[in-house]
Design a protein around this ligand. Structure first.
Ligand SMILES: [Zn+2]
Length: 317
């Protein structure tokens, strides 16, 4: 049979999404289950198996010959295991082996969700045509991934480019990861909102205390809301500039809920970037919003499976 499709899984703390995807990144069949994140590991695995079972019920399933998984991290691609922070029942869980068993032995490629988003933006989105890129997701947490020399660079365990836990404030607030002053500790949505509230920002009559509400207030000119986004932008700029100086990226792509804030984020971000990205070889660095929508994780997981297939056969996809 003509095997022109791959199966993709996008595993997060709230949902497990699956799809059959073709070589152009088009999604043909979808399946989804909520993640029973607070239940034991086997219950979470049953939700994965249910998604795979629904995909396998499609007449197109026989055209899929490999599986790509993008999972909330940390992941360990070298061991085939995952330990998502928001899924306590999975610690060192052998996801690759279990998915292989559930699908009759198909080859499985595992990457972290930040790397998956990066694969998607490089293939179809804002980083398309860029050989050296950093792609970030700025939402509840801050994640990311790298494209270097025209190829996805997941690193040995699948976590490379995890910019959220680079320290940009040496003596800053403790971060849940154990370090201090991490980009995430300053720039994530909850931290933007927390800082605004601490500094005296008052939510509107609807009581919405999210980063999106702070963004709305910043657009309306609230100085505390503006300052909270400026501080987040400064942390992101410092992390992006450090990355560019280290590995010479020429574009940084910012997605996730905070990435949708628009000018209240990007105007101070461009300004701060000029302060931190100073050497001649990083001055042409640009920062742009992400283009991929909610399917980025699935499309990126598919890209990883297709890249593996290409490496295995030497053929183009
Ligand atoms: Zn951290």
């Amino acid at each position: 049979m003509h095997t022109d499709l791959v199966a993709a899984l996008d595993i997060g703390g709230t949902k497990i999404a699956g799809a059959l995807v073709d070589g152009h990144g088009r999604i043909h069949v979808r399946a989804q289950r909520p993640t029973p994140a607070q239940e034991d590991g086997e219950s979470v695995m049953r939700a994965v198996t249910a998604v795979l079972g629904e995909l396998a019920g499609s007449p197109l399933w026989g055209r899929a010959d490999s599986i790509g998984i993008g999972s909330a991290g940390p992941v360990d691609a070298s061991a085939g295991t995952v330990s998502p922070v928001n899924v306590p029942g999975w610690r060192g869980f052998p996801l690759v082996e279990r998915v292989r068993e559930a699908t009759g032995g198909l080859p499985v490629e595992l990457i972290g969700d930040g790397v998956a988003i990066t694969a998607a933006e490089h293939w179809q989105g804002a980083a398309r045509g860029h050989d050296n890129a950093l792609c970030m997701v700025v939402s509840t947490g801050v994640g990311g991934g790298l494209v270097l020399g025209g190829r996805l660079h997941p690193g040995p365990t699948g976590n490379a480019g995890h910019i959220g836990h680079i320290s940009v404030d040496l003596d800053g607030d403790p971060c849940p990861c154990g370090s201090r002053g991490c980009v995430e500790r300053i720039a994530s949505g909850p931290n933007i909102a927390r800082r605004a509230l601490d500094e005296g920002w008052l939510p509107g009559p609807d009581g919405d205390m999210s980063a999106a509400a702070v963004a709305e207030a910043a657009r309306a000119g609230d100085p505390v809301a503006v300052a909270s986004f400026e501080r987040a932008a400064q942390a992101l700029a410092a992390g992006i500039a450090a990355t560019a100086t280290l590995v010479e990226i020429d574009i940084a792509v910012i997605g996730g809920g905070v990435g949708k804030a628009g000018d209240v984020l990007f105007t101070p971000l461009h300004k701060s970037l000029a302060d931190y990205a100073t050497l001649s070889f990083v001055q042409r660095l640009t920062v742009v919003p992400a283009q991929m929508g909610t399917d980025a994780g699935l499309v990126g997981a598919a890209a990883a499976a297709l890249a593996r297939k290409q490496d295995a056969t030497g053929a183009g996809v």
